[in-house]
Design a protein around this ligand. Sequence first.
Ligand code: DGJ
Length: 733
Amino acid sequence: MIQILENERTFHLQTTASSLILHVMESGHPVCLYWGGKVDGDSFSYIVKEIKKASYLSGTDGNQAFRLEQYPLLYPAYGNPDMRTPAFLFRYEDGSRITDLRFQGYEVFHGSRKLDGYPTCMDKEAEGIVVKLSDRAGQAEVWLTYTVFQDYDAVTQSAKVFNPAKTSMVVEKLMSGCISFLDDRYDCLTLTGAWGRERHVNREAIRQGLFVLDSKRGASGHGSNPFVALVEPGADEDNGNVYAMNLVYSGSFEADIEVDMHQNTRMMMGINSFDFAWKLDGGACFQSPELVLVHSSEGLGGMSRSFHRFYRECLMPKRFAHSCRPVLINNWEATYFSFDRKTILALADEAVRLGVELFVLDDGWFGHRDREDSSLGDWTAYEAKLGGTLESLAEEIHARGLQFGLWFEPEMVSPDSHLYRSHPDWIIRVPGHEPQSGRNQYVLDLGRKEVQDYIIDSLDRVLGSAGITYVKWDMNRNITDIGSAVLPADRQKEVLHRYMLGLYRILEEITGRYPDVLFEGCAGGGGRFDPGMLCYFSQIWTSDDTDAMERLEIQRGTSMAYPGIAMGCHVSACPNHQMGRVTSLHTRGVVAMGGNLGYELNLLELGETEKQEIREQIAFYKHIRDTVQNGILYRLKSDGQEYAWMYLAEDGSQAVVSHVRVLARGNTVPKRLKLAGLSRDSWYEVTVAGEKVGNSDKSRILSGSSLCSIGLPLSVPEGDFFAEQWIVEKLHK
Ligand code: DGJ
């Protein structure tokens, strides 16, 4: 709901549990009066009027009592007495960089508005407001759009600039949104890491100065996720205020968190302004991507549950947002590039016997690709290796009762390919510089329409032919040598953003043509796990690191913003190919059941006992799959040594509880694990996973209140990496 107050100068944006209050000061500068738990009232401007004046600051508009630098500005500019990090920066034809934005008016709308060319959160019940600002010298207009998704406790923000002049201007920075706080008592929580250890949770107190979290890689990246949260120091999983931002964009991004000298905090996020500039012709507009804001007064757990629900309902492809994902086998770690039809079919035969539902043929099925140095771009079947056509292989897979899925890396080209030989200028590069190759490949210039069309046509040809129901869309290097053969000198800083817009066009087109194909995103594992991708890819390969212990922290961090149904999680071989660590098949299964379960190991090398265990894992997962994939997540413990989480079915009928202890310790007495989210007045049957539900010797009947307040007894670990799992079924009396 949006309430218009105080002579149409205050806008109170309300979700079920939170308030975001915007206000226009007498000067015409918009400010953020408040963001947090829901508040009541019909006037809030006293918040800025009561700010005590500090010394040694310049007055504004000739008024010595009005010090812009102390106000919680909504969309701060550069070159005025604000003196802090601006949310935008424009350069005009005469070289000047001053833009003095003041309030011009506002417009309220119903439903959500699709942002042209971008993935957007959509809900017909949403309500929005556009706050219109214009430069006092008439050089630019900026519209800030806020959309309120009341039932989801989420608000989105974006910014659009219009050049009203006849001459061009340059957009050097345009953050999607900015929020200001009148205090600085926060921890900053980020999801950072590297390849193989993506999205580890990082939490540190903020202090005076500027903290920048960014990616300059042309992808959101393994190193930093476009997510940042300010967290009250005492807040934990269940309690306390959390203020989170997540950018719906998959390219280079920037988040600025600044604490000024008067203990105010400013937080903003958008396209990375580093090496970015967009030339805006007279009469043209430039739109930013969308930023999602979630406030929770129920700690990090409350924040995550809001994000999960919001993304499933308002962002992810509708067709797959609620449909259970097939248990898959992927041949990558089983065979790498060395396979033939006989091996593939033998793997498929074994997989069917174990209960697998989808066979995914990974890298190496096209061109003449037997190693990583050839054929990307040539999306035609390698028939000599496949022992016939792709269609005939797909038929043989289907005949076994399996769905068939295929790997692609459409954004890349190998120097050894027909595509590169025909179009060497289609790659991102700077003339006169030998382009860097990463994993022996170049990046295609997706900003070019003919390149986009080539990719769309190539994929269309394959997807239209072989009964493919799943696509793994990979991207195995970041972008260097930023330059495009088709852009003039004064537009070269547009290359990375044009790449993203091109990618979104391709994804919109191809996922639109194949709405029933389940697309899984991947970028060397989880190098592009962000809301922008989630709009097209119903699941994302969480990390190339499948070691169960590493996955604990990776999946915990990922779950901060992204739902379990979006996470690809596989059981792989031991010793683990990335870490060399040995963990039990049971532990690997428990951890992989934290998301969409798959297998990525050579089933043909397993003994009967292991195969039987996998058969039982898959049967168990099918019983809990709906709860894991569509349920509500509660993180019960995560202290580096012990991790416990629980998925509760939306109707409360079933819960799946998992607990993993990393290292065993001498002579310690395991404690109890308290559950969450259950109905305190109901009764539940608790069974250890692997036992038959309803077997009265193995099950216990306990009340919801005792499960949440007293908890389940944990076992004495039988060695390191020890995992337990319970299924909790509600009894209907
Ligand atoms: C990187 C991915 O993350 C892997 O799962 C696999 O698909 C390889 N690429 C194939 O080249």
